[in-house]
Design a protein around this ligand. Structure first.
Ligand SMILES: C[S@@+](CC[C@H](N)C(=O)[O-])C[C@H]1O[C@@H](n2cnc3c(N)ncnc32)[C@H](O)[C@@H]1O
Length: 240
């Protein structure tokens, strides 16, 4: 699989953190009702969600799936650096849909990930959830705007400081014509006004809106429900 994060892996943990500051309370509340058996983080990135699963479901085994070598390095370091996580979190160097997921799980998250999956891959995902998610278990996904194929003007998506350096991510997108947007991201490292590094990456993002997702999941006898601030675009998926 082509690693779309090979150029940006270094920056994702820092620059996705502000989004997790907003996501964390919503996910913590929803997931704390799940039984602490097995939890899955699909497309775990550097592990913000993996950590949340491990903390919210003490004692649960957590399976984190991350295909990108760079992001997996950050994830593995985070897991290995904590004695409790090291015994409970398994990091799979695999990608969906080829990954061997646990036969049963009580909690599942795929955060900031769905756009990587086309309609057919999402169908495989809903079928897998219908089969393997415990009755009483919960899956959480999110949708990132826009859901329509429109141009997105460039803006600063995230910025943070570490030591004396500033890290910045700028994002812009163009419709690609087949239900996808292509996102163009620029990651800059700045020392005051001096730019030390700049990387540009682009990737395709498959578009689906909440109604589309509701219809797709309903076809597998799964119920989609919004949770938290609607602006966050977070949804739970449970058995009907
Ligand atoms: C925007 S990042 C989000 C990472 C993490 N979930 C978070 O929110 O911090 C998208 C993630 O999806 C992963 N990904 C892309 N395609 C995937 C696939 N086919 N199977 C599993 N993960 C995938 C990427 O490697 C990346 O880690």
């Amino acid at each position: 699989m082509n690693d779309e994060y090979s150029e940006s892996a270094e920056f994702i943990d820092l620059l996705i953190e502000p989004f997790w500051t907003m996501l964390r309370p919503v996910l913590t509340e929803v997931l704390s009702a799940a039984s602490p058996t097995t939890a899955v983080d699909l497309g775990a990135g550097s592990g913000h969600g993996t950590l949340l699963l491990a903390h919210t479901l003490p004692g649960a085994d957590v399976v984190a799936v991350e295909p990108s070598q760079g992001l997996r390095s950050a994830l593995l370091a985070r897991v290995h650096g904590d004695g409790d996580l090291r015994t409970r979190v398994t990091v799979l160097p695999s990608s969906f849909p080829d990954v061997e997921l646990p036969e049963r799980f009580s909690a599942f998250i795929a955060m900031n990930v769905l756009g990587h999956f086309d309609t057919a891959q999402r169908d495989v995902l809903w079928s897998l959830l219908a089969e393997r998610l415990d009755r009483g278990g919960v899956a959480v996904v999110n949708l990132q705007p826009p859901a329509e194929p429109v141009s997105v003007p460039e803006s600063v998506a995230s910025t943070t400081r570490v030591g004396r350096l500033t890290y910045e991510c700028r994002a812009t997108a163009e419709p690609t014509g087949d239900g996808t947007l292509t996102w163009f991201m620029t990651y800059r490292t700045l020392d005051g006004d001096t730019q030390l590094d700049e990387r540009t990456v682009s990737y395709r993002w498959h578009l689906v809106d909440a109604d589309g997702l509701r219809a797709e999941t309903a076809a597998h006898s799964l119920a989609l429900a919004p949770v938290g601030d609607p602006e966050l675009g977070v949804y739970t998926i449970t058995h009907t």
